[in-house]
Design a protein. Structure first.
Length: 181
């Protein structure tokens, strides 16, 4: 895809694989694992306290726990396939960062598509050249990917390239991106 734009001139109507969305929160658990346990406070408020062990759950049948995490708000590339996006409230994303945040020797490897874990994103409108970090893939709730937060949509050739890169990252096997007919 060298020399071609990876981005459609207009956004797709619906959230789609290959969309770039701004202001998406991402987080990873802190180590050691720290539980956040709720307790009532004054004025009908709830506060959370850090603990090495979970408290018992107040709601029967609710097995969820709360954990301490840290993260950042960044641009993100939508990885979920279109029909999965339509069916789910949780969308798989990879955070996106400016290419110049990498050491110069790593930038060339990413741009030449020699790093399975880092997907080059050349000439992103309003952001410049970036990369998506597949090592930090995670799901986010659909509400964090509002249509007004979408910056750009990949063209069909770029989506093929994205799918090939996801496959290579997950399997360490390379496949040529198919060309749309």
């Amino acid at each position: 895809m060298a020399g071609e734009s990876w981005w459609d001139a207009t956004l797709k109507t619906e959230l789609s694989q290959g969309d770039l969305v701004t202001e998406v929160p991402g987080a990873t658990l802190v180590h050691p694992l720290t539980y956040l346990n709720s307790r009532p406070a004054k004025d009908n408020k709830i506060v959370y306290e850090a603990s090495a062990t979970p408290f018992s759950k107040p709601k029967k049948g609710d097995d969820r726990q709360f954990f301490l995490s840290n993260g950042e708000v960044a641009a993100a590339l939508v990885l979920s396939y279109d029909c999965e996006i339509d069916k789910s409230q949780k969308i798989l994303i990879a955070p996106v960062f400016a290419i110049d945040t990498l050491p110069s020797e790593s930038q060339l490897a990413v741009l030449e598509q020699r790093r399975f874990s880092l997907m080059p994103l050349p000439d992103v409108p309003l952001l410049g050249t970036c990369y998506a970090d597949f090592r930090l893939m995670q799901t986010v709730r659909r509400e964090y990917l509002p249509l007004q937060g979408r910056l750009s949509s990949m063209n069909p050739d770029a989506v093929d390239r994205l799918q090939a890169q996801i496959t290579a990252f997950l399997t360490r096997r390379t496949f040529a991106a198919s060309k749309p007919q």
